[in-house]
Structures are given as structure tokens and as C-alpha cells.
Write a protein that binds this ligand. Structure first.
Ligand code: ADP
Ligand code: MG
Length: 355
């Protein structure tokens, strides 16, 4: 029988090795590494033939994420995102492929949601970020001024020319709702190129994963913590070759006047969301999973579900709490995915090559 000895717990950036004693030579072993990136923790789990192969793969994947952080960060003044927003006022500026892809996807989602998803809300989002520090909701006059510098129709992305233009000075782009999912799937692609097929990249709550761990049916994804109100939803599902993002579970919020305002804002009002909604989206790529979880949170259950159903390659679980009642709504693809599974029973994907 094979016994598993877990290596010592890792420090940040360390590598944990799970040694399979008695395993045949050259069998794949499990390695894990955690590092701080994109203002959060990134955890990569992978199966490789040797520690050297694992270390090299970790380096390439973390390098890719660090590159994306330099491109997409709204905190770093010299990120490509911030530089372009300053320099591309009323004339198109060449951008990297990554920035073009992320902003084009953002604009497509803004169009599909009538601006409920909107990466030009940077000025408004910054006011809410300050509100989380002071504990006071933003001043209405400041919000009106910030809204005058926001609006997805003021951003122009030409994917073919790979250029970006903004209409006015003082705009601020924020891809916090879509960039982490993109980074997770892109890091997974780097691992894939290095010959590693079985891996999971977690950029905070944005997950991207490939083939199942050896001997298993999929990667175990926790959907909830045994919440009795969610008895119809399995606690854990097992999936392969997909991305999963969850919105709404964040601790980032401001409590004021007896209400809890989310770090997700409704561009229609400039206010942080007050609906208690948690959205989990499964999609082939994290770019879609991450963007959609935020979009559905803003749209709410009915319009959000319609958006998900319009995308045949996407599944979603929407959990809403109001007046002490919890309701779980599943998209049709999500229901199919868990069909037949009893609560808390993992179910493996039957589709070859995905989910
Ligand atoms: P998390 O970052 O907690 O995983 P999300 O993916 O929903 O959650 O991203 C939330 C972030 O998205 C916010 O911190 C903010 O930067 C940005 N954001 C907030 N509201 C919107 C919106 N309506 N459209 C696009 N981005 C938003
Ligand atoms: Mg998101």
C-alpha cells in the first residue's frame, strides 16, 4: 500500500513536497508553492516528475503572474493600465496583447450588461476603497464628480490594432473584477506549456485547473461550508480543465447606517451593493469566470441568470440571503453538472477534456 507523507508546512514562497513512499520511480508527485502577488496570495499545486521540474514550473508560472500584475495593477502608478489611462487621452496608444485581451473582454461584458460590469468605474471604486478605511460612505458630491470621469463608453479598445483610447483626462481603469481570473488561467497555460497537465492555480478565490490529480477524478472544489440552507447543492464538486470564480465572499465591505456595502459597486447608482449575494461561475477560462461573477452580482439573480444562460459554455450558482432566508439558484448547466449528486457527495465530470 502507498502511504503519503506530507512535507513540512510551507512558508510564503516555499515549496511543499508530498512524498509518495513506495510509489514507482518517476511517478508524479504533488508539489505546492504559495507567493504574494496581485495584492493577494497565489497558491499553485501541481504534479511533476521531479522537484527540479516543479521548481522550474513554479518559477515560470509565478513570473507570468508578476508580469500580469505589472500590466494590470491599478495600485502600481507605473503599471501599463495606469500609464495608458494617462497617455491615451483622445488618441489611440499601442498596448500589450494581455492588456488588449483583458480590456476587450471587459468592454464586451460592459456592453452585454448595459454597463453593470464596468472597468472605467475606477474613480468611484477609489472613493469606496477610502470609505472602507474611514467607515463612512462617500460624499454624494464626490460620487457625482467621480461618476463624471467614469463610463464604459469613454473607453475604446481596438483588439485588431491592439490599441486603447480614453475620452478624457482623470479617468481611472480598474480590472480588479476580471484580472485575477485571467492571471490564474494564464499561469495554468504556462504550466501546460512546461508539460505539466495536472495543476491548480488559485489567485485568491479565482481558480484555474487542468487534468485531474493522478488517480483522482477531478480537482475538489468547495462550494460551501456545509450550509444546511444549501442542502440541494453539493458541498464539493470535482472538476477538470476549467476555471471557477466566486464573488461576494469577500471581507471587503463598509458598514454604515445599519447597512453593509460591498466592494462591488453598481455603476447605475455609484453605490456599493447592499444585496447579500454570492456568485460562483464555472467557465473554460478565468477571464470569463471572474468577469461574470462580478457582473451577475451587480445584475442580481434574474438578470444575472439570463446572462449566464446566454453563454452555453458557462455554469453558475447564485446564493442570495435576505430576511434570514437563503436561496440557491443554479443555471441549467450547473444543474446538469450536479445532477444526481446527493448533498455533500462529490461528483466527477463525465465530459472528457473539460469539467
Ligand atoms: P474579488 O476581487 O473579491 O474576487 P470581484 O471579482 O467581484 O471580487 O472583484 C471586485 C473588484 O472589482 C472590486 O474590488 C473593484 O476593484 C472592481 N469592481 C467593483 N465594482 C465593479 C463593477 N461594477 N464592474 C467592474 N469592476 C468592479
Ligand atoms: Mg470577478
Amino acid at each position: 500500500m502507498t502511504s503519503i507523507v506530507q512535507g513540512a508546512c510551507c512558508l510564503l514562497g516555499g515549496v511543499v513536497v508530498s512524498l509518495a513512499i513506495g510509489a514507482p520511480p518517476h511517478a508524479l508527485q504533488r508539489y505546492e508553492s504559495v507567493g504574494p502577488h496581485m495584492g493577494t496570495l497565489v497558491r499553485i499545486t501541481l504534479y511533476a516528475a521531479s522537484e527540479d521540474a516543479a521548481k522550474q514550473a513554479f518559477r515560470s508560472a509565478f513570473d507570468r503572474i508578476a508580469d500580469l500584475d505589472r500590466i494590470l495593477s491599478d495600485y502600481k502608478p507605473d503599471s501599463e493600465l495606469n500609464t495608458v489611462t494617462r497617455t491615451a487621452v483622445q488618441h489611440p496608444v499601442d498596448v500589450s496583447k494581455d492588456l488588449s485581451v483583458v480590456l476587450a473582454a471587459s468592454q464586451a461584458l460592459a456592453g452585454a450588461t448595459d454597463g453593470a460590469f464596468d472597468v472605467t468605474q475606477g474613480p468611484v471604486i477609489r472613493l469606496w476603497r477610502a470609505a472602507r478605511k474611514t467607515g463612512r460612505i462617500p460624499d454624494p458630491a464626490a460620487l457625482t464628480e467621480a461618476e463624471s470621469r467614469s463610463g464604459f463608453r469613454k473607453l475604446h479598445v481596438d483588439s485588431r490594432q491592439q490599441t486603447v483610447m480614453v475620452d478624457q483626462e482623470g479617468m481611472a481603469l480598474d480590472v480588479g473584477a476580471i484580472g485575477k481570473g485571467y492571471a490564474a488561467s494564464e499561469a495554468l497555460a504556462v504550466l501546460h506549456e512546461a508539460g505539466i497537465r495536472s495543476a491548480l492555480v488559485a489567485v485568491s478565490g479565482d481558480l484555474a485547473f487542468g487534468d485531474a490529480p493522478p488517480g483522482q477524478r477531478g480537482w475538489r472544489i468547495d462550494l460551501h461550508d456545509d450550509d444546511p440552507a444549501l442542502a440541494s447543492v453539493p458541498r464539493v464538486i470535482e472538476l477538470t480543465n476549467a476555471a471557477v470564480s466566486t464573488s461576494g465572499a469577500s471581507e471587503q465591505h463598509v458598514d454604515a447606517g445599519g447597512r453593509r456595502y460591498s466592494h462591488i459597486i453598481d455603476p447605475a447608482s455609484g453605490m456599493g451593493l447592499v444585496n447579500d449575494i454570492a456568485v460562483t461561475v464555472i467557465a473554460p477560462h478565468g477571464l470569463d469566470a471572474d468577469g461574470l461573477d462580478t457582473a451577475v452580482s451587480v445584475l442580481g439573480k434574474d438578470r444575472g441568470l439570463a446572462l449566464i444562460e446566454s453563454r452555453p459554455d458557462v455554469a453558475a450558482l447564485i446564493v442570495q440571503r435576505s430576511n434570514g432566508t437563503t436561496t440557491a439558484t443554479m443555471s441549467s448547466r450547473f444543474s446538469t453538472l450536479i445532477g444526481g449528486a446527493s448533498p455533500a457527495t462529490p461528483r466527477a465530470s463525465s465530459r472528457p477534456g473539460g469539467w
